[in-house]
Design a protein around this ligand. Structure first.
Ligand code: F6P
Length: 348
């Protein structure tokens, strides 16, 4: 039997199991492949730790959060120098596992780092296909990644709950969502939950602008405010030691500048856990089944993607090393501004 390998790498997200199930079932039921699932991302590929994903293992996992294969942030090419290593290097170990198992193709489900590693493996001669997942939605070459819709829903529900307690106490609630480089999650959950201020890494802000805006809301008899911040927004250099997170900095500074009572909430890993939304289940399923079709067409070294609403694929070399950030002139920014949302740089 022909054999393919699957791994999940990088931060987990809802929809990984839906993707594993779709890849595995399509490969087994439609094309009679054997499917090998490597444990803990690239770490399992290096150490040769895997399980055979048979039909039984692929059943009942569609709605499960996390990944049945486990994941890690193992980067096999980090500090890798071709000629200086006497012992077997990680890329060499990967090559050995791949060849020993006689893999037809390796499917790497992951974010930006994973696609970069997949591209490097392709350059070594392995046949690789990437599947884009991340709650950050920041993978270049695809309109959307699975995991994002679930995280937006989780964050939105949490922020909805903050509205009522903010109102009762007449407070400013600063809520921090994930997104180190890209503000997609803050922008979408901020719009969905009616955030008054949305701060994203792509748009520079000043604390004075935010404070003035929040004071103005207070003067207009609005009893409370919601500030949604991405974890990747900067804290000014001299204050970085003092604050444990951007939300902490914003809440404390706004309270000092306005005299209005402020509190911070950091949503953290809650955003990555639990069952995927219907949208993410469908997306992960469609991407997974398309990946198997690519193998059958012998179209390797590509990442499956969504382009203009259609499932498609893009060369890994085009994706590798790039990030999809929110453009400051993205239509959603203007639309939110029309409703009075502040992005922290008004008037500049
Ligand atoms: O998956 C991306 C992400 O959620 C980022 O937004 C976040 O900063 C990062 O993962 C943190 O993940 P970990 O602590 O698992 O490395």
């Amino acid at each position: 039997k022909k054999r393919i390998g699957i791994l999940t790498s990088g931060g987990d997200c809802p929809g990984l199991n839906a993707a594993i199930r779709s890849l595995g079932k399509t490969a087994i039921l439609r094309y009679d492949f054997e499917v090998v699932g490597f444990l803990s991302g690239f770490a399992g590929l290096i150490s040769g730790e895997y399980i055979i994903l048979d039909e039984a293992k692929l059943s009942g996992i569609l709605t499960l959060g996390g990944t049945i294969l486990g994941t890690s942030r193992e980067k096999p090419f980090k500090n890798y120098q071709n000629d200086s290593e006497k012992v077997e290097s990680k890329p060499e170990a990967i090559q050995r596992t791949y060849e020993t198992l006689g893999l037809e193709c390796l499917i790497c489900i992951g974010g930006n780092g994973t696609q970069k590693t997949a591209h490097k493996l392709a350059k070594m001669g392995l046949k690789v296909i990437g599947l884009p997942k991340t709650i950050d939605n920041d993978i270049w070459g695809t309109d959307i990644t699975f995991g994002f819709d679930s995280a937006v829903s989780i964050a939105t529900e949490a922020i909805d709950r903050l509205h009522t307690t903010a109102n009762s106490h007449r407070r400013i609630m600063v809520v921090e969502v994930m997104g180190h480089h890209a503000g997609w999650l803050a922008l979408y959950s901020g719009m969905a939950s009616g955030g008054d201020v949305i701060l994203i890494p792509e748009i520079p802000y000043t604390i004075e602008t935010i404070a003035a805006y929040l004071e103005d809301r207070y003067r207009k008899q609005k009893p409370y405010s919601i500030v949604v911040v991405a974890e990747g927004i900067p804290i000014p250099e001299p204050l970085r030691e003092k604050y444990y997170s951007p939300a902490h900095y914003i809440a404390d500074s706004v309270q000092k500048l306005t005299g209005l009572e402020s509190r911070e909430t950091i949503l953290g890993y809650v955003q990555r856990g639990g069952t995927p939304t219907a949208y993410d289940r469908v997306l992960a399923t469609r991407l997974g089944s398309y990946a198997v079709e690519l193998i059958m067409k012998r179209k390797w070294n590509r990442m499956v993607c969504v382009r203009n609403g259609e499932i498609d694929s893009v060369k890994l070399e085009e994706v590798s090393g790039k990030l999809k950030l929110v453009e400051p002139d993205h239509p959603m920014i203007e639309e939110a501004r029309s409703l009075g949302t502040c992005f922290g740089n008004e008037g500049r």
